[in-house]
Design a protein around this ligand. Sequence first.
Ligand SMILES: NC(=O)c1ccc[n+]([C@@H]2O[C@H](COP(=O)([O-])OP(=O)(O)OC[C@H]3O[C@@H](n4cnc5c(N)ncnc54)[C@H](O)[C@@H]3O)[C@@H](O)[C@H]2O)c1
Length: 259
Amino acid sequence: MTGLKDKVVLVTGAASGIGRACADAFAAEGCRVMLSDIQDDLGTDAVESIAATGAEAVYQHHDVTSEQDWASVVRDVEQRWGALHVLVNNAGIAWAGSILDMTLEDWRRQTAVNLDGVFLGTRAAIPLINASGGGSIVNLSSVAGLQGSATLSGYCATKGGVRLFTKAVALECAANGWPIRVNSVHPGIIATPIWNSIIPDALMAGANTLEPSELAAEAVPGGAVGSPTNIADGVVFLASDQASYMNGAELVIDAGITA
Ligand SMILES: NC(=O)c1ccc[n+]([C@@H]2O[C@H](COP(=O)([O-])OP(=O)(O)OC[C@H]3O[C@@H](n4cnc5c(N)ncnc54)[C@H](O)[C@@H]3O)[C@@H](O)[C@H]2O)c1
């Protein structure tokens, strides 16, 4: 038993890729799921497909860089379900290219989504998770939050930031007696649309394409690309009772890239 049945879960960036797989997986555990994103058509599609399974899910437009949007989403979750138990800070973007080509605007946009969004979400969710009797926050970092990658300096900075932010908040929750575990997940190369936004300059050493399966064939031990469900499985585990002794930890799901 995961202990997740009937829990209330908020997943950001849930219209696509890993976030959508997380929403599906929590719904399959019997959770009530709020999916948020800025891609409203895809978000609505995701909710319809979850509803078709008999599970309870709602979509809300939500830009994670907006303090006002966070207040509104958390208020909506509270009014609708009276509680929040799990927050998955998943929304993210990847800007790639030479540091010499990165404008301050590029840097700030990357940081706003990947780092400000995680900060705003964590701060907004803690009081409601506390008032709900406790729960868990799972933050999507990356293998790029564990090791550097040429032409991904801005992305690496945000994902490394998410890693240590996670540990610091986990310690603060424990020190205050707040019953909230906070952990990070570090995916390797996962087949999602995020790769479409990465420009050719971002090619990793030795790779000649950004098709994730071809990139994985060159960069992953064993050569297999990951699927969004590989990551969702880890996220659900971290939120479950089975991970009750995990806090401030980093769950690496990369088929050995960082090994
Ligand atoms: N795919 C990979 O190989 C990989 C590897 C490591 C880490 N990650 C991380 O996993 C997370 C999910 O990425 P994905 O691969 O599923 O990509 P994706 O592009 O499929 O999904 C990301 C989602 O975030 C949403 N989003 C972007 N900006 C937003 C904003 N301002 N407010 C709200 N939503 C916003 C997008 O609309 C999209 O639906 C990201 O944090 C990413 O950095 C992905």
